[in-house]
Design a protein around this ligand. Sequence first.
Ligand code: GAP
Length: 535
Amino acid sequence: MEMDKLVSLCKRRGFLFQSSEIYGGLNGFWDYGPLGVELKRNVKDAWWRDMVTGHDDLAAPAGAPEPYEMTGLDCTIIMHPQVWKCSGHYDLFHDYMVDCRESKRRYRHDQVRGRWVAYQGQRIFVATTAETDHEVEDVTARALKFFKLRTKEAAELVWDETWQTLPQVTEVAQVLGPDAKVLGTLTAPREFNLMFKTFVGALSGEEGAAFLRPETAQGIFVNFKNVLDSSRVRVPFGIAQVGKSFRNEITPRNFTFRSREFEQMEIEFFCHPQSSAEWYRYWRDRRMKWYLDLGLSSERLRLREHHQEELSHYSTGTADIEYAFPFLPPGEYGELEGIAHRGDFDLRSHMEGKLDPKTRPLALEMGPDGKPRWRGSGKDLSYRDDLTNERYVPHVIEPSAGADRATLAFLCEAYCEDQAPDENGQMQTRVVMKLHPRIAPLKAAVFPLVKKDGMPEIAQDIYRALKKHFNVFYDEKGAIGRRYRRQDEAGTPYCITVDSQTLQDQTVTIRDRDSLQQWRVKVDDCVSEIRQRIG
Ligand code: GAP
């Protein structure tokens, strides 16, 4: 599937728009249109239902070591600045960036790719930040320009087979920056903190400085004791949160994949240290199954365990659920969700203060004055098991998913072109979004075949009966074939049509979006039929 086709469908049909588009757009920010908002809401609702409200606290689900409880939380985007100091984000949440002295542009070091090319004995590295589909075109055009060649002379350029990222290139003087005309204009990489800074109240100096949260997780850790004290949960239990996060990404790209404002769906699962490895495996497999159940194909989805050297300093196990997004080169995958065994790192950090990543076992990081670099809350975040009287700091398993990335993966998976007959029986190419019925923005559309003979009135009654239960759409405009096509592009799984036979036997046709099969049901059975089919 070509990504351009999906991007254009998303705009045409109101799934996704560029933020502030009438002013030229704002890079890394996206708005969800009328269909998109329903789709993303359904993704988040499915997650919340499957992980939290639908969870049976009394029985152990398949693969879980024992029964556990799940509860939710909704905390603020701006939190006490000390939260980010103790969590490590203030000191460590950065990417490396490079600046171009010529174009004055800034790039994320590891996201600039390029290829070596030689012409008449000179070898240069042509760097690019173009989307994957346009990389070859971009580097070729810029190499031709650099060597003052015409398009028809392109065969004289001798390209290296492999693409490299900037960190792999040591001969920086030979690099042609992504927007540069001369060589060697990129600076050495520098750290760039990804947190958005803001000011609270009237204080504009460092005193009033605060940050937009770069993850929802910390809100859960700092409320651990509140949840314990206010509800009757016992370890093991999980706290879930869905909400906005903000990261000042240096090079947002690939549609919504890397945005600067996005939503996360995170769980912090608190368990006994001794059973934490089992819980880690349970959550890893459980989360993988969730994506498969909602329609991502197993050929495009993979679970990748991190190698020892990839693990964060505190983690004894991390796995990413990754999807082969169509904008990535063949064989490459993009992260949908990370499942991390975080040990007691987070609760201890908020009790004691920022921990030193270089120490084993982890110890407080000290400043040059010999005092803790960032002091914790001093509050006791340990847990006492009232049955055994054991007191310990629970270990944490964190399944951390992106609502926008999941939505994008479902959109990519759903996009399909097939052949279907039009109203004259001629086969035509049809664009259809094969979204899982649970997440489809509209569950059904209701049409009168023609706008007369009482058909619109019957169709409107069916629409109103369905509307009480599901998001459905009524349409009486245009040829029936065209109405079907519009719903196919919206991903609506069922279309219900009132026709002349309805007037005789009170039945309507229901058309299945994917198989194109049609069958008749009684008008009065429409609600139960749709309910049973969407599950
Ligand atoms: N609390 C752990 C945490 O935040 P992460 O891997 O940085 O871990 C978790 O983020 C998920 O959030 C990612 O797997 C991804 O789905 C989503 N995410 C992260 N950065 C994103 C961005 N810039 N745009 C869209 N989604 C993003």
